[in-house]
Design a protein around this ligand. Structure first.
Ligand code: HEC
Ligand code: HEC
Ligand code: HEC
Ligand code: HEC
Length: 225
């Protein structure tokens, strides 16, 4: 075997190994890098107005979550509530940036939105965000909150949480308007064929709606709109 051939074979093996290691490393790093860097608050606010959504911004319209963090509790970031965990879910960050999908991978269905009554863009966004959380059983909330371990202090919350477990209601059905500017629930929110009967008789909403009662008004403040 000539020196030359041996060299190129060894080179190919080394290059192949480096490539394989790089691919595997990327597979491991993909989700954390996407969540922590690519989908960081700084990038979200390239398009979404900082003052509107980032609670730490000056005169922000959003509040922190939790409202009063105790020691050791960190504030929830955009991705914590808006981007489900997982390898594929991370990919929807990129499709969202291309303005193709939301962060759950759903294509934006403009035609059907326009078909109904006119809805202000700000409200339509809130409706879509809520619809997704409803559809996916508030999956992002459940990363931090374990339903069975939530022990509301007051009677109202205790009763609501007991009923939520019995009726299989999901967090967003009661905890809307927790952090951002107040947007009313649309009258037919949270309806599925099996669900439409129970959702008509929801208990008085608590938590978020109460907490956010001070954030008034529906408006669309986004750059370039
Ligand atoms: C390249 C611009 C861009 C970036 C960056 C961006 N978004 Fe968006 N986002 C949009 C547009 C455009 C809409 C749709 C606005 C509308 O229809 O009024 C939207 C809508 C949304 C909605 C409402 C749900 C929906 O389906 O409309 C949420 C929630 C959201 N973005 C969260 C985020 C988060 C969290 C980040 C950071 C990880 C982010 N966005 C980064 C452009 C962007
Ligand atoms: C504690 C969870 C939570 C965090 C943190 C959070 N959001 Fe939201 N966001 C929601 C929920 C829930 C909705 C659905 C509307 C509602 O009921 O408030 C929503 C709605 C939205 C909407 C559509 C409604 C609107 O007002 O335009 C956008 C856009 C959005 N969020 C962007 C962001 C960005 C950007 C960040 C980070 C700076 C962020 N959110 C942080 C929970 C969160
Ligand atoms: C990054 C982690 C994280 C995420 C994601 C998250 N929460 Fe929380 N939340 C907390 C912490 C920590 C507290 C304070 C301790 C407690 O009350 O459990 C809290 C408190 C709350 C409270 C009590 C009132 C308040 O604001 O202090 C409600 C209600 C709540 N969360 C609902 C939700 C819902 C609904 C979602 C999904 C849209 C969600 N949370 C997403 C961490 C999170
Ligand atoms: C049927 C309505 C309903 C559903 C569904 C629901 N909650 Fe609640 N939740 C309430 C009410 C009402 C309170 C009490 C608010 C108060 O008294 O200020 C509460 C209180 C809380 C609190 C504060 C507990 C404390 O420390 O006092 C947290 C955290 C919370 N909910 C998280 C969640 C999460 C996460 C989900 C989904 C797994 C969820 N809730 C589903 C109605 C609901």
């Amino acid at each position: 075997m000539s020196f030359r051939r041996m060299f190129s074979r060894r080179f190919a093996a080394v290059a192949g190994t480096i490539f394989a290691v790089a691919v595997i490393a990327w597979l491991f790093a993909y989700e954390p890098v996407t969540r922590n860097l690519v989908a960081s608050e700084a990038v979200c606010t390239y398009c979404h107005l900082e003052q509107e959504y980032v609670p730490t911004a000056r005169l922000s319209f959003s509040s922190t979550h939790p409202i009063e963090p105790k020691e050791g509790e960190s504030l929830a970031l955009c991705v914590d509530c808006h981007l489900p965990e997982g390898f594929w879910a991370a990919t929807f960050t990129y499709t969202h940036y291309l303005s193709m999908t939301d962060l759950f991978g759903h294509f934006r269905d403009r035609a059907s939105e326009r078909a109904g009554d006119w809805i202000p863009a700000g409200a339509a966004r809130a409706y879509r965000a809520r619809d997704r959380l409803f559809e996916y059983d508030s999956v992002t909330c459940r990363v931090c909150h374990i339903e069975a371990e939530i022990k509301p202090k007051r009677k109202r919350g205790k009763k609501a949480h007991k009923e939520a477990l019995e009726n299989k209601e999901t967090c967003i059905e009661c905890h809307d308007n927790m952090v951002h500017r107040y947007v009313d629930l649309r009258p037919d929110a949270f309806q599925t064929p099996e669900h439409s009967e129970t959702s008509g008789s929801l208990p008085p909403n608590g938590g978020g709606r109460v907490a956010a009662a001070s954030l008034q008004g529906v408006s669309t403040l986004r750059r370039g709109e």
